[in-house]
Structures are given as structure tokens and as C-alpha cells.
Write a protein that binds this ligand. Structure first.
Ligand code: HPA
Length: 278
């Protein structure tokens, strides 16, 4: 039984590598330039794409093996472009475990970015505020994470040089940029959960005691994969609601979208300034 399991491993990972290679070859037909920076646009934050100069917008459905989201308001687009003289790739809409996707599928785009040669990944997401001081519309720089998704760093990543997920130099740079632009930015620990339902009040009390400041259903697996592939990673949450039991309003996906809509200009100003400073 054990032998059988072990012998199936190289084949499975080989197949994944082949899929990534096919997706990379497809994108290589569109551009020969290596995107220096990748930005993943979380729920409701996709409009940031209007703030860059777009060279190609590619529908995820057209990229071989590229998993596309099924959630309303989530797109599945890969956008190649530039801003402040830097070549960029925007991942507009990601897939989640709660849609039934496997960790390899959730992290497919991360492997694709690594294959393209991208070195810096900025993840963004919509999150619930667990920290009592966080209000809907606030931004929070993620400095560390609690991973409740059951997907961990790959075995070779545990021998990697860096044990920290979020890059200290990027954290310093983003804090400095936010200060310069006068944009309030919390910092804190993001708890990544599987969803799809929002948490119970008891779960939020537990997360608060464990040290979480924000909670969401993405980011942690992607960040792990990116670090294991040698990318440097930063992440920013838009707090779209107070987590269960901490606010008066009922949690809903529509409310998440509404707050994201209200905050998108401030978010875009911060993102543009970060790209400029990189
Ligand atoms: N919990 C989990 N994920 C979320 C939340 C939340 O309160 N808000 C936005 N994404």
C-alpha cells in the first residue's frame, strides 16, 4: 500500500508540471516579457486593472488547464500590462477550495507565475475583521498567517532558506508607502479557513484568542506555494465586514462586494504607489 502510494507520486507531480508548462507556452505566445510583479485581485478589487496600462487580457478559459472561478463577482482573467515602468501580471479572480478545487488547482496560477519567471507576488483579498478595532473598509497588511486549510508548505519548502511566509522587506516597503500616501493601514495575522460559509461566533472568538486579526477563505495556500517556489510574497486584506458576532449586520457576499466597491479607489491608490516603489 505504502509502496504503491510512493510510486504514484512522481507521475502525479509530472502531470501537474506538464499542465503548467502548457499554460506557460500559451502565455509565451502573447508576450516575451517576464512580468516582474504579479498581483492577485481579491473579491470586488478587480477594478484595479483600470489603473494600469493593459497589453493583453486573457480569459482563463483560453489558457490550457487554468482553473476558473464559479463565484459571482469573481472573474477568471490573466491581464498582462505595465505600470510605473514595471511589467505586471494581474490575476483577476482566483479559485477557492470551497468551490471544490484541489490545492494544486488553487495554486495553479502560482506555479504558472514561477514558470514565467515572476519574482514578486502581491496577494489581495476580502476578509472579515476579527480584531475588534478593524472596521469595514479598512486595509490590513498581512504580516503572518494561521492556516486552517489543511494544505501546507511542500516538503522541499520546509528545507527552504526562509521560514517566514511574508517578506520582511516588502512589509517595510508597503508600510512606508502607505504612510507617505496618508493611507491608514493596519497590520495583522490572517486566518485562512476553508469556508464556504462564514464562521460562527464561537469560531471567531477562538480565532481571536489564537491571534488572528482577519479571517478569509483564500491566500494562505497560495502564499505557501509561492514561498516554496522562491517568490517573495506580500498580502493585503480589505476588511469588508466585522467577523461573526462582532458587528450588527448580517454577513453576506453582497455586503462584501458593496464595501469593496466603496474602498476600491483607496485600494488602487495604495497598489499603484506600491508598484511604483518596488
Ligand atoms: N469570513 C470569512 N471570509 C470572509 C469574511 C468573513 O467574515 N469576509 C470576507 N471574506
Amino acid at each position: 500500500m505504502r509502496l504503491q502510494l510512493l510510486s504514484s507520486l512522481p507521475k502525479a507531480s509530472m502531470m501537474h508540471a506538464e499542465k503548467v508548462a502548457a499554460a506557460r507556452a500559451f502565455l509565451a505566445q502573447k508576450t516575451s516579457c517576464v512580468p516582474e510583479v504579479a498581483i492577485v485581485l481579491g473579491s470586488g478589487l478587480g477594478d484595479f486593472a483600470d489603473h494600469i496600462s493593459i497589453h493583453h487580457t486573457i480569459d482563463g478559459n483560453d489558457i490550457p488547464h487554468y482553473p476558473v472561478p464559479s463565484v459571482a463577482g469573481h472573474h477568471g482573467k490573466v491581464i498582462l500590462g505595465s505600470s510605473a515602468g514595471k511589467s505586471l501580471v494581474l490575476i483577476k479572480g482566483r479559485v477557492h477550495r470551497y468551490e471544490g478545487y484541489l490545492p494544486d488547482e488553487v495554486t495553479f496560477y502560482v506555479h504558472l507565475l514561477a514558470a514565467l519567471g515572476t519574482k514578486t507576488l502581491i496577494l489581495t483579498n476580502a476578509a472579515g475583521g476579527v480584531n475588534f478595532n478593524f472596521e469595514p473598509g479598512d486595509l490590513c497588511l498581512i504580516t503572518d498567517q494561521l492556516n486552517f486549510t489543511n494544505a501546507r508548505l511542500s516538503a522541499n519548502a520546509t528545507t527552504a532558506r526562509k521560514r517566514e511566509i511574508y517578506d520582511a522587506e516588502l512589509i517595510r516597503l508597503i508600510k512606508k508607502v502607505a504612510l507617505q500616501k496618508g493611507i491608514a493601514l493596519h497590520q495583522g495575522v490572517y486566518a485562512g479557513v476553508l469556508g464556504p460559509s462564514y464562521e460562527t461566533r464561537a469560531e471567531i472568538r477562538m480565532l481571536a484568542r489564537l491571534g488572528a486579526d482577519a479571517v478569509g477563505m483564500s491566500t494562505v495556500i497560495e502564499a505557501c506555494a509561492a514561498v516554496s517556489l522562491g517568490l517573495r510574497v506580500a498580502a493585503i486584506s480589505l476588511i469588508t465586514n466585522k467577523a461573526a458576532g462582532l458587528g450588527a449586520e448580517r454577513l453576506s457576499h453582497d455586503e462584501v462586494q458593496r464595501i469593496a466597491n466603496q474602498s476600491k479607489e483607496r485600494f488602487s491608490t495604495l497598489m499603484s504607489a506600491i508598484i511604483d516603489a518596488l
